[in-house]
Design a protein around this ligand. Structure first.
Ligand code: ADP
Length: 254
């Protein structure tokens, strides 16, 4: 069990040219919780994730991880601070094996032994065996150990999404940000994802997910933040948030 990271983002604003992607977004996520970010298309969800992870530089606003301000950190440094993420479209190396894709997740870790492995030192070989064992454990965790040797690109879409989560876990994150992990999953895979997210939380990882599948949100999320036109409309437990008149107005366009 690790020490999960809390996340607090305040007043985030970001414009791309004339387009205001975020106007005033707040997001408060206590450690050891699962938090869903929902909102209509274009409401700023992905931009919010990108600002937290350093892929996009905010115009104004602050982000704290585990109570510490992150300033304007690069994606690499945010990752080293314990923040993992997946993308809306899985970013795997399709020609490599499933196992190798998970092993690549170790590069985001502090003091990665990658250089030693490249040098082929005996100690590196032991570390390499330990890394492989760890990667296999994550593959079992996400239910993909039976396809470890297959080409990642040959996996069906749903399994590629699970593989991305396995790779993100290999970096040993304490906060994991998932951009629409349920997109394109079958009903069975969706149920498996719900179980997986709860297990990830139980292991000391705070989880933030952008999600359109309301059933999944209700099932797993401790709280929901609703974004609308780049601003936080409200944050509340799922049942409260999703029955709020303001939220229904936004979704139904009333
Ligand atoms: P969501 O994830 O909720 O669909 P996004 O964060 O992707 O919303 O986008 C919010 C708004 O910002 C949209 O109007 C989108 O077109 C715009 N936007 C996002 N990223 C960029 C970018 N790199 N350049 C220009 N406009 C962008």
């Amino acid at each position: 069990h690790r020490d999960a990271l809390s996340l607090s983002a305040r007043g985030l604003a970001k414009s791309f040219g004339g387009v205001s992607a975020l106007r005033s977004a707040d997001l408060d996520v206590p450690a050891d919780t699962i938090h869903a970010v929902v909102g209509p298309n274009g409401s700023g969800k992905t931009t919010l994730l990108n600002t937290i992870t350093g892929y996009v530089r905010v115009d104004s606003g602050t982000v704290h991880l585990g109570g510490r301000g992150t300033g304007r950190r690069s994606p690499h440094r945010v990752a080293r601070a314990g923040v993992g993420r997946t993308f809306q479209t899985p970013r795997l190396l399709p020609d490599l094996s499933v196992l190798d894709n998970v092993l690549l997740g170790a590069y985001a870790r502090e003091r990665s032994p990658a250089v030693a492995i490249a040098a082929g030192l005996p100690r590196a070989r032991r570390e390499s065996a330990a890394l492989t064992a760890e990667a296999m454990a994550y593959l079992r965790f996400v239910g993909l150990s039976d396809v470890a040797g297959q080409q990642a690109g040959a996996l069906p879409h749903g399994k590629q999404r699970l593989l991305e989560i396995g790779r993100a876990l290999m970096a040993r994150p304490r906060l994991l940000l998932l951009d629409e992990p349920a997109a394109g999953l079958s009903m069975t895979e969706l149920e498996a994802l719900g179980r997986l997210l709860r297990e990830i939380r139980a292991q000391g990882v705070t989880v933030v997910l952008i999600e359109h599948h309301i059933e999944l949100v209700v099932e797993v999320a401790d709280a929901v933040t609703v974004l609308h036109e780049g601003a936080t409309l409200l944050s509340a437990p799922p049942a409260t948030a999703l029955s709020d008149d303001r939220v229904l107005d936004v979704y139904l366009g009333r």
